[in-house]
Design a protein around this ligand. Structure first.
Ligand code: SAM
Length: 285
């Protein structure tokens, strides 16, 4: 099968990241004109959850699966759960869709996705997944370096004005990753000032991300907001205690769309001491 087990797929970080991603994409769909999504760190597109030997450590059980068992949730959360369920047989959770698959599911015929992935094996799986979907381009290589070629976006020779750059790196090189993200954002805005950018960031200890957020606010965009979910206090530097999304040039009133999700995520995914935040770092005049 063209899948790979992924013990952390569908965990609290994926839940936050993918709820925000789908809400951003839905906001673009309010207009008929096409939009473009550049997914710089796309992964393989679909992950296998169910298997007898992996059940004990499956992080989805404390993430997306916990939400699946709730009778009533805010609209943006329900919408995300429907998208995850759509990748599965009725009543079962076997696979978890990654960011490019969620985008492709949500896109219309006129919209376009460029999905970049560095690891050849992951990129090959992604190519296989989207073979035959002319709306999707899969690019093997460094997603940061592809910005120059893919932005500003065009389809059939015509410019696409609206869209999203999604940056979801593995953060293996901690501080070095933040430097690359800031450079990528700078380049994106120089080439495509009206782009919306969404950057996922891990939170082990919250104070360690403040320097990055301060640097990011110096970039030339109209608005910046952060949305965070800490599933436990950020005391331990060794655990992924939570994560956040930095959104630059968010759609109008995006806080009202995403805000209702946060208390529900804290209630259902949080341990004692869990918390959420939604902060505007810069507002559009
Ligand atoms: N965005 C995906 C999702 O939500 O389903 C998950 C992405 S995963 C956190 C990070 C991925 O980035 C991995 O598949 C890794 O191989 C890939 N990667 C690492 N460095 C990269 C780079 N410089 N350019 C493109 N992909 C990269």
């Amino acid at each position: 099968m063209n899948y790979r087990h992924a013990f952390h797929a569908g965990n609290h970080a994926d839940v936050l990241k993918h709820i925000v991603q789908l809400a951003l994409i839905d906001s673009f769909k309010r207009k008929d004109s096409p939009f473009f999504v550049l997914d710089t760190h796309a992964g393989r597109g679909r992950y296998l959850l169910a298997s007898e030997e992996s059940r004990k450590t499956l992080e989805a059980e404390d993430g997306v699966m916990k939400l699946m068992s709730q009778p009533k949730l805010p609209e943006v959360v329900e919408r995300y759960l429907k998208a995850v369920q759509a990748d599965n047989p009725v009543g079962a959770m076997i696979t978890y869709p990654g960011s490019p698959l969620l985008t492709a599911q949500a896109m219309r015929p006129q919209d376009r996705l460029a999905a970049c992935e560095l690891q050849p094996e992951e990129a090959a799986a992604l190519k296989k997944l989207f073979a035959g979907d002319a709306r999707v381009g899969v690019y093997e290589g460094d997603g940061y370096e592809k910005i120059r070629a893919l932005v500003p976006p065009k389809a059939n020779g015509a410019k696409i004005g609206r869209g999203l750059v999604l940056i979801d790196p593995p953060y293996e090189g901690q501080d070095a990753e933040y430097i690359r993200i800031l450079a990528a954002l700078k380049e994106t805005f120089e080439r495509w000032p009206q782009a919306t950018c969404a950057v996922w960031f891990p939170i082990k200890q919250r104070r360690t991300i403040l320097h990055f957020l301060r640097k990011a606010t110096a970039l030339p965009y109209k608005s910046a907001m952060t949305i965070e979910l800490l599933v436990r206090p950020d005391e331990s530097p060794l655990r992924l205690n939570g994560s956040g999304m930095l959104i630059l040039n968010a759609p109008f009133q995006f806080d009202r769309v995403i805000g209702p999700a946060l208390p529900a995520l804290k209630q259902h995914l949080g341990e004692p001491g869990a918390s959420t935040r939604l902060d505007w770092l810069k507002t559009a005049e």
